[in-house]
Design a protein around this ligand. Structure first.
Ligand code: PMP
Ligand code: GLN
Length: 383
């Protein structure tokens, strides 16, 4: 059976959300917001349903959403995309990732380079595509890869360099040096860069820089994003992929046979969201920065050592100062001990590297401030 080698297993998110439901603990495990996004976006979906946007949309996506994605890429990143050729709507970033790897990877001689720890679907879809996974570690606490290790990982066998920036689970934003090196290596070894940028608007310092906008990158890069995080609509599963027409067409060829199309009434709603004013986009980053700070403060007060995430929903904390030696065991008992659910970083690592992340725990900051405060006061009982 597929996955009998352990590569396809029940996801950690399902397991940890079930643990939260069973114990009534505050769920800082799975990353999803506990408040609705902008009213205009929700209303646009209701209106689309009321106005009969309920049948199969076109295969690439509803033209208005394709146009809104192209406008968004121009407005934020100065890219000039042809909405009919350079854009494809997918069932969340998850389908875009799967369709891209299935389209690009020909078999076990092809390697996919990923940064570890990684979002769990990367290893699973690489396995489904039959590729060999090669990982580059992101060391605590900076979570920036060592450039020499990156160079050693990318070879003539590399078909795809899969990048996630801002990064889940660590909250890291890659340095300009690392981004430039990724492009140089992809050019040298004729690899395709697939970038997962679902947290593009959730950065706390500088503005997000898509790898596709760097010199030499466009023609070999597929960029993925999603409305889920930006508009707090993680259940709608509207994502997209942008890139050169030949690569996007290859992804579309696969996507047709995965979901064919998806979410017709949600597509115009996400188009509405992408066209919201700058105040909305600044507002979501500012709000999440405040939540990250409140969570970090609570974790430090409880005795954890805490990383400094530059983006994403997540903060990583070291439980070693609290006496933990195994983050997975620590997370299993955390609901009982403190009424909080979190995720061990080992869930995002290959078995060979789990020891490097043995005492690290991921906490989601994308919750209401009062929920983070309650979590902080519960965690204080650990100190
Ligand atoms: N990539 C990363 C890094 C994520 O954190 C998530 C959300 N959990 C996804 C992809 C999946 O996004 P979507 O819900 O749009 O499929
Ligand atoms: N992206 C979210 C996380 O990392 C949830 C993903 C999921 O449930 N598949 O927690």
């Amino acid at each position: 059976l597929v996955g009998s080698d352990g590569s396809i297993h029940p996801t950690i998110f399902a397991e940890m959300s079930a643990l939260a439901a069973r114990t009534g603990a505050i769920n800082l495990g799975q990353g999803f917001p506990d408040e609705d996004g902008p009213a205009e976006v929700l209303e646009a979906a209701r209106s689309a349903i009321a106005h009969g946007v309920n049948q199969y949309p076109p295969g690439r996506g509803i033209p208005d959403l394709l146009a809104a994605i192209a406008e968004h890429q121009q407005r934020f990143y100065g890219q000039r995309l042809d909405p009919e050729r350079n854009v494809l709507v997918t069932a969340g970033a998850t389908e875009a990732l799967a369709a891209a790897l299935l389209a690009l990877v020909a078999g076990p001689d092809d390697e996919v380079v990923v940064f570890e720890p990684y979002y769990d679907s990367y290893a699973a879809v690489a396995a489904l595509a039959g590729a060999r996974l090669v990982t580059v570690p992101l060391p605590w606490p900076s979570f920036q890869p060592d450039v020499e290790q990156l160079r050693a990982a990318v070879t003539g066998r590399t078909r795809v360099i899969l990048v996630n920036d801002p990064h889940n689970p660590t909250g890291a934003v890659f340095s300009a040096e690392v981004r430039d090196e990724i492009v140089r290596l992809a050019e040298r070894h004729d690899a395709v860069i697939v970038t997962d940028e679902v947290y593009e608007h959730l950065v706390f310092q500088e503005r997000h820089v898509p790898i596709a906008t760097l010199p030499g990158a466009w023609e070999r890069t597929l960029s993925i994003s999603s409305g889920g995080k930006t508009f707090s609509t993680t259940g709608w599963k509207i994502g997209w992929i942008t890139g050169p027409a030949d690569l996007v067409d290859a992804v579309l060829a696969v996507k047709q046979f995965l979901t064919y199309v998806n979410g017709s009434p949600f597509q115009p709603a996400i188009a509405t969201g992408l066209r919201l004013g700058d105040a909305f986009f600044h507002g979501i980053a500012d709000a999440l920065r405040g939540k990250r700070d409140r969570l970090g403060q609570g974790l430090r007060a409880a005795g954890f050592e805490v990383s400094a995430p530059a983006g994403s929903y997540f903060t990583v904390a070291d439980a070693a100062p609290l006496g933990a030696t195994d983050a997975a065991a620590f997370c299993r008992t955390l609901p009982e001990r403190a009424g909080v659910v979190a995720i061990p970083l080992t869930a995002f690592a290959t078995p060979a590297r789990r020891s490097e992340y043995a005492t690290l725990v991921r906490f989601a900051a994308c919750k209401r401030i009062e929920v983070l405060e309650e979590a902080a006061s519960r965690l204080a009982s650990l100190a």
